[in-house]
Design a protein around this ligand. Structure first.
Ligand code: GLY
Length: 325
């Protein structure tokens, strides 16, 4: 069912949650975590972020970890066949094959990732297993699937009837032209700050619809699709992965916050970099969400239409990010 949109366009996108209670924020400090957090907070990309946040905030309010919150939150979206840009029911590549990318990261630098994964509907959970059960960070393709099966994940067909029909429609022209905000790049990225003052993030997608077989976007790449540092904050991306990779987008947002920019300013500054590197920026959508370690949050996108969901206290809200155009 479509979420009711509440838009607070260009007025509330620089959020400072009431979370930080008497905790000074040192933008270049060495502190690893805030310890007197009074309430947790979770932020996710797009309308489907509302469903992720509901599960994630419930975990956080029961003193669960940010890591559990982001993983279990995005799994809801991976499992939803109606979301055709993530997990089960994701649009296939130009060969008709669904391939999934995901990564997960904790504020202490621990991270895991899978890319070009097939037949396993929860890549984020496999990415977590890579982080926790292997000496590696990223496993791709058949190796990722083999690892997932060894870890007990079930093999299943991810191409739903609805996505197969869209693919067959697309085949009639076979033209690859990503559409802004719809169909191609609606990655779910979720960031959370838990009651213990730790941050985590998760990012998962079926990638660009009708992409070349083997194409991998920003979403499984630590620093591009996602970056988390308990010393500063967390950031995640959505939109055209190639543009995000060129700027190491999410890591740049976190570094901008480290140097004193607010979460929204940091997202905006990386969007400006992307604009500077792309001539045909009118055809391009990229959006970032950011969550600072004191609970301040923000978002920014190139094009209008990028929504993000916020969960804190008893409330879940959907916002329209401020955009450059
Ligand atoms: N941001 C998702 C992708 O480009 O694959």
């Amino acid at each position: 069912m479509p979420q009711k949109r509440r838009t607070f366009l260009k007025t509330t996108s620089l959020g400072l949650s009431a979370l930080a209670t008497g905790t000074a924020y040192h933008c270049q400090g060495k502190n690893t975590a805030i310890t007197n957090i009074t309430h947790p907070i979770i932020i996710s990309t797009w309308d489907h972020g509302m469903a992720a946040n509901k599960v994630g905030l419930h975990i956080l309010k029961n003193k669960g970890s940010a890591l559990d919150a982001v993983e279990k939150g995005v799994i809801v979206v991976e499992n939803d066949p109606a979301v055709q840009t993530v997990g089960l029911g994701g649009f296939p590549d130009r060969e008709g094959i669904v391939t999934l990318d995901a990564c997960i990261m904790k504020g202490d630098g621990q991270c895991g990732s899978v890319a070009f994964l097939q037949d396993i509907k929860n890549p984020i959970a496999v990415a977590r297993k890579v982080m926790e059960e292997t000496p590696h960070i990223m496993i791709v393709g058949s190796g990722a699937k083999q690892f997932a099966l060894e870890m007990g994940f079930k093999e299943e067909n991810l191409l739903t009837e609805a996505s197969r029909k869209k693919y067959e429609e697309w085949l009639k022209t076979g033209i690859y032209k990503p559409k802004i905000n719809i169909e191609n790049h609606d990655t779910i990225s979720t960031l959370a700050l838990d009651a213990q003052g730790h941050l985590a993030g998760a990012c998962t997608t079926s990638g660009a619809a009708w992409k070349m077989h083997g194409r991998v976007g920003d979403s499984p790449l630590i620093a591009a699709g996602l970056f988390v540092d308990d010393e500063v904050g967390a950031a995640a991306a959505t939109g055209l992965g190639e543009a995000v990779i060129r700027t190491a987008g999410s890591a740049m947002v976190v570094e901008a916050m480290r140097h004193g920019q607010s979460p929204k300013e940091a997202c905006q500054s990386v969007c400006l970099r992307i604009k500077a590197k792309h001539k045909e920026v009118q055809d391009l959508q990229v959006g970032f969400i950011a969550l600072r370690k004191d609970g301040a949050y923000g978002a920014y996108s190139l094009q209008p239409g990028f929504t993000y969901a916020l969960g804190q206290h008893e409330t879940h809200e959907l916002y329209q990010a401020t955009s450059m155009f």
